[in-house]
Design a protein around this ligand. Structure first.
Ligand SMILES: NC(=O)c1ccc[n+]([C@@H]2O[C@H](COP(=O)([O-])OP(=O)(O)OC[C@H]3O[C@@H](n4cnc5c(N)ncnc54)[C@H](O)[C@@H]3O)[C@@H](O)[C@H]2O)c1
Ligand SMILES: O=CCCC(=O)O
Length: 517
C-alpha cells in the first residue's frame, strides 16, 4: 500500500494547543491561525433569548487528533421544553410584526455577518468536523448562500386568487408560517445543513428550536450569535445542544412543535417520523443515500474521473450525495480505473489545518472501522485493491484517518453495494448494457442522488428519467446549490430543501372565501 498518511503527527501537535475550550491561537511551523473574534467559540445553549450555561456538559472531539476540543452544555428535557415554549410565544409576534421584506433584510444582514466571519467559522468547523480548512471555507459560503437565497424568497411568498363557483364570492389563498419548527441535523455539514433549514423557516415567519449534532455543535452556536447580531429576535432561534437523545425527542413529541425537519440516517428519520405522527406534525426527511455513478463507454473519461473525484471524496467521502457505487462499462473499465487510481494517488491525508491536505480525518473511529469492514468483506468475495486499503492502526498516528481506497471487481453480493460507506472508498463495478446498469443502480431502497457520464444526448435524457433518485448529475459530480431542489425519493426521505420549493415546507396555505354582498 502506498504511503499516504504523511502528517498526522503534525496535526496532533498542532491541535494539542487548542484543548479545553482555549481556542485562541493555533500554530505550527508554517502558519499561525487565530480566531479574530474569540467570542464566536461558545459552549452554552441559547434558550429563551439567553446564553445558558449548564453544569452538565458533553465533550466535543477533534477528529484530527482524537482528543477533546471542548465541553458544551448538555441540555435536558426541561431545557427543550423551555426552548419550545419560548419559541412558541415568540413566533406569532415575529410573523405579525415583520413583513417578508423586513425578514429578508435581517437574513441578508446575517448572511453578510457570516461572510465577514468566514475564516473564524471555517476554523471552528475544520477543528470539530475534520474537513480541510479550504472545504470548511467553502461550506461556510455554501451555508450563507441558503440565507441570501431565502432572504430573497421571503419577499416572494405568493397566494393565488381562484374563481369561485359561488356567485358574489371571492376566493383567495395566503401562505402562513407553520409555527415552531424542530431542527435536527448531522455533523457532516455543521453549517449548511442548519442554514438550509432555518433560513427558509425564518423567511416564512416561523421560530426554530435546533438540536445541533453533538459531534459539531460549535459551528451552530457561532452562527446563532451572528443571527442575533443581525437583528433576528432572540427567541425565534433556540439552540439546545445535547448528547441526551431522549431529551431531544421532545422536539418530536411536544404538541407546540408543528414541524420537524431532520437530516441524518434513515433509521433515526423513520423513528422521528413515527413519533411526530402522534401529533400530526409536518415532517421533512433528508436521509441516507447509496448514490450510483455510471460511466458509459462513450463518456469523456477525464470528465468522468473528475466528476467521481468530486462526488466521492468531498468531505472525505462523508456526504449523503457521495458516490457509493461506481459502475463502469466494460469497454473503458481498464482506462477509467487507471486514471482514477492516478488521481486518487494525488490525494493527501492529514489535518485539515495543513493547506496541503486534501483529505481530512473521518468523524470518529466507528466510521473508520465501517470502511475497513466494507473493504474486508469485498476482498473476501473476490474484489481487488487498486489503491489504498484497510486503515493501519499501528498506534503511531492519532486521529481517525482512513486512506482513500479504490477497489475493482466489486459485485452486488458485497456489503458495499447495499450499505452507505460514508468514507473515502471507491468501489468499481463492471457492467455491460444500459438496461443492466439501470437495474443494478435502482436496486436499492435509497434514492437520493445519481450520476452518469455519457456524450449521447438521447441516453442523457433517457437515463436521467429512469434513475430512481431525487437528484441527477449528468457529466458532473457537482449538483448542490441553494437554487437546486435538494431531496430524495424512496427511503432517502421526502421534502425538498433550497430552491423555490424550500420555503413551502415551512408554510401552510389558508383559503379565504369572502361573500361580496
Ligand atoms: N439527505 C441528506 O440531505 C443528508 C445530508 C447529510 C447527511 N445525511 C445522512 O446522515 C447520516 C450521517 O449522519 P449521522 O450519523 O449524524 O446521522 P444520525 O441519524 O445518527 O444523526 C443525525 C442527527 O440526529 C440526532 N439523533 C440521532 N439519534 C437520535 C435519536 N434517537 N433521537 C433524537 N436525535 C437523534 C443526532 O444527534 C444528529 O443530530 C448518513 O446516513 C447521511 O447520508 C443525509
Ligand atoms: O451531506 C449532505 C449534504 C451535502 C450537500 O448539500 O451537497
Amino acid at each position: 500500500m502506498p504511503e499516504i498518511l504523511s502528517n498526522g503527527s503534525d496535526a496532533s501537535s498542532l491541535l494539542s494547543q487548542v484543548r479545553g475550550g482555549t481556542l485562541e491561537a493555533i500554530s505550527n511551523a508554517d502558519m499561525t491561525y487565530q480566531l479574530k473574534d474569540r467570542s464566536l467559540f461558545i459552549e452554552d445553549a441559547f434558550i429563551g433569548g439567553e446564553w445558558t450555561t449548564k453544569e452538565k456538559t458533553f465533550e466535543v472531539w477533534e477528529p484530527a487528533s482524537a482528543t477533546v476540543l471542548g465541553k458544551v452544555a448538555n441540555c435536558d428535557q426541561d431545557d427543550f421544553r423551555k426552548a419550545i415554549q419560548s419559541a412558541f410565544d415568540a413566533q406569532p409576534k415575529f410573523f405579525e410584526s415583520t413583513t417578508g421584506t423586513a425578514r429578508g433584510v435581517m437574513l441578508r444582514k446575517w448572511n453578510d455577518l457570516i461572510l465577514a466571519n468566514q475564516e473564524d467559522i471555517a476554523l471552528i468547523l475544520c477543528l470539530e468536523n475534520g474537513k480541510t480548512l479550504a472545504e470548511a471555507k467553502g461550506e461556510v459560503a455554501y451555508a450563507a448562500s441558503f440565507i441570501s437565497w431565502f432572504a430573497e424568497e421571503a419577499t416572494r411568498s405568493y397566494g393565488v386568487t381562484i374563481p369561485s363557483s359561488y356567485p358574489n364570492t371571492s376566493l383567495s389563498t395566503i401562505r402562513e408560517p407553520i409555527g415552531v419548527c424542530g431542527i435536527i441535523t448531522p455533523w457532516n455539514f455543521p453549517a449548511a445543513m442548519i442554514t438550509r433549514k432555518i433560513a427558509p423557516a425564518l423567511a416564512a415567519g416561523c421560530s426554530v428550536v435546533i438540536k445541533p449534532p453533538s459531534e459539531t455543535p460549535y459551528t451552530c452556536l457561532a452562527l446563532t450569535k451572528l443571527a442575533i447580531e443581525a437583528g433576528l429576535p432572540p427567541a425565534t432561534i433556540q439552540v439546545c445542544p445535547t448528547k441526551d437523545r431522549q431529551a431531544a425527542l421532545e422536539l418530536s413529541t411536544n404538541p407546540q412543535v408543528r414541524k420537524i425537519s431532520f437530516t441524518g440516517s434513515t433509521n433515526v428519520g423513520k423513528m422521528l417520523a413515527g413519533l411526530a405522527a402522534k401529533t400530526l406534525k409536518r415532517v421533512s426527511l433528508e436521509l441516507g443515500g447509496n448514490a450510483p455513478v455510471i460511466v458509459f463507454d462513450d463518456a469523456d473519461i477525464d470528465v468522468a474521473v473528475e466528476g467521481v473525484m468530486f462526488s466521492k471524496f468531498r468531505c472525505s467521502g462523508q456526504t449523503c450525495v457521495c458516490a457509493n457505487r461506481i459502475y463502469v462499462q466494460s469497454g473503458i473499465l481498464k482506462a477509467f480505473t487507471e486514471r482514477l487510481v492516478a488521481r486518487v494517488a494525488q490525494l493527501k491525508m492529514g489535518s485539515g489545518l495543513d493547506p496541503t491536505t486534501t483529505q481530512g480525518p473521518l468523524v470518529n473511529k466507528a466510521a473508520v472501522t465501517k470502511i475497513s469492514e466494507h473493504i474486508s468483506d469485498a476482498l473476501s468475495k473476490g474484489a481487488k485493491v487498486e489503491f489504498g486499503g484497510i486503515s493501519k492502526d499501528d498506534g503511531k498516528e492519532k486521529g481517525f484517518f482512513c486512506p482513500p481506497t479504490v477497489l475493482s471487481g466489486v459485485t452486488a453480493k458485497m456489503v458495499v453495494a447495499n450499505d452507505e460507506s460514508f468514507g473515502p472508498l471507491a468501489p468499481i463495478f463492471e457492467f455491460g448494457s444500459e438496461e443492466e446498469v439501470l437495474r443494478l443502480a435502482n436496486d436499492t431502497e435509497f434514492g437520493l442522488a445519481g450520476y452518469f457520464f455519457t456524450r449521447d444526448i438521447g441516453k442523457a435524457h433517457r437515463v436521467a428519467r429512469r434513475l430512481e433518485v431525487g437528484m441527477v448529475g449528468v457529466n458532473t459530480g457537482k449538483i448542490s446549490a441553494a437554487e437546486a431542489p435538494f431531496g430524495g425519493v424512496k427511503e432517502s426521505g421526502y421534502g425538498r430543501e433550497g430552491s423555490l420549493y424550500g420555503m413551502e415546507e415551512y408554510q401552510t396555505i389558508k383559503s379565504i372565501t369572502v361573500s361580496t354582498v
